[in-house]
Design a protein around this ligand. Structure first.
Ligand code: DGL
Length: 274
C-alpha cells in the first residue's frame, strides 16, 4: 500500500487560499495542507534566483509533511520556479508531482474575449517572465495578450491596507491606466492569486462590461481532470476532507488576517523554513 498524504498548496502569502477554496469546493473528499510564506512575501519584486530558492524550500517542506502532490497556487512561483522543479529537482523525488497555475489559465481564458484582446494583471515578476505571453501563444495564437504589473496590490493585501482610502486609490489608478492603455481589451485575467481578494474593488473601478476572471475555478477544473488521468497518484492522496494551515508568519497574525479577509475561523501552525 503506498503511503497517503494531503494535497499541498503553496503561495507566498494569502493569495493561494483563493485557489484552495475553489479546489475544496470541487474536490471536497481530499485532505489539504496549505503553506503561506507570509514572512517573506511579497515574491513579485524578488529576483528569479530568490523566488526559485524560496519556492523550492517550501515545496520540500510540504513533501516532508507528507504531500505527494503540491500545487504552486502562486503565479510568480509558477513562472519562475515550476519548470526547473519539474525537470531538475523532482528527479530526486520519484512519484512526487508539482503543478502550477499559469498553463491551466492560458489553456482556457482565450475563448472568453469577444474583442480577442485581453490583459493579464500580475506581479512584476510574472510580467517580466513573459510566461503568460508564451503560454497563450500555444493555446490561443490569434489572441492579443497585454500584460500589466500591479506591484502594490500584493503588499496591499498582505498588510490589509487595500481597505483604506489610500489603498483603494492605488487600485483605482492602476485600473484607470489599464483602461487607457488597452481600450479594446474586454477580459482581465487576474494572473496573481492575491487579486481575487480585491475583486469587488476592481469591479467597482472597471466597466461593468469587462469580464474579470479569477483562476480558482479554472485551476480546480484542471486539477480534477489531471487526477482523473493519474489514478496512480490518486491512490497516494488521503481522503478525510481535512485542511491544515502552515505559515512562516506568527500564526496569530495569519489567523486574524485570514479571518478578516475570508471570514474563516481557522488555526494555523508557524513553521521555520530554511
Ligand atoms: N499570489 C502570488 C502570485 O500569484 C503573489 C506573489 C507575490 O508575493 O508577489 O503571483
Amino acid at each position: 500500500m503506498p503511503k497517503k498524504g494531503p494535497i499541498g498548496f503553496f503561495d507566498s502569502g494569502y493569495g493561494g487560499l483563493t485557489v484552495l477554496s475553489e479546489v475544496r469546493e470541487l474536490l471536497p473528499e481530499y485532505d489539504y495542507l496549505y503553506l503561506g510564506d507570509n514572512a517573506r512575501a511579497p515574491y513579485g519584486t524578488r529576483s528569479f534566483d530568490v523566488v526559485y530558492e524560496y519556492t523550492w524550500q517550501c515545496v520540500k517542506r510540504l513533501f516532508e509533511e507528507g504531500c505527494e502532490l503540491v500545487i504552486l497556487a502562486c503565479n510568480t512561483a509558477s513562472a519562475k520556479a515550476l519548470r526547473s522543479i519539474q525537470q531538475k529537482e523532482l528527479l530526486d523525488y520519484p512519484g512526487k508531482r508539482v503543478l502550477g497555475v499559469i498553463r491551466p489559465s492560458a489553456e482556457s481564458v482565450g475563448m472568453f474575449s469577444k474583442s480577442n484582446e485581453i490583459v493579464v494583471l500580475a506581479t512584476q515578476g510574472t510580467v517580466q517572465s513573459e510566461s503568460y505571453v508564451l503560454e497563450f501563444q500555444k493555446y490561443s495564437p490569434e489572441l492579443k495578450v497585454h500584460q500589466y504589473a500591479c506591484p502594490m496590490w500584493v503588499p496591499l493585501v498582505e498588510s490589509g491596507e487595500y481597505k483604506t482610502e489610500e489603498g483603494r486609490s492605488i487600485i483605482r489608478r492602476d485600473i484607470q491606466n489599464i483602461k487607457k492603455s488597452f481600450p479594446n481589451a474586454d477580459v482581465y485575467l487576474l494572473g496573481c492569486t492575491h487579486y481575487p481578494i480585491l475583486q469587488n474593488i476592481i469591479k467597482e473601478f472597471s466597466g461593468s462590461d469587462d469580464l474579470i476572471i479569477s483562476q480558482g475555478p479554472i485551476v480546480a477544473e484542471s486539477l480534477k481532470k489531471y487526477l482523473s488521468r493519474h489514478s496512480w497518484l490518486v491512490k497516494r492522496l488521503s481522503t478525510k476532507s481535512t485542511v491544515n494551515y502552515l505559515t512562516t508568519e506568527e500564526h496569530s497574525v495569519f489567523e486574524s488576517s485570514v479571518n478578516e479577509i475570508f471570514g474563516l475561523n481557522l488555526k494555523a501552525r508557524t513553521i521555520k523554513i530554511n
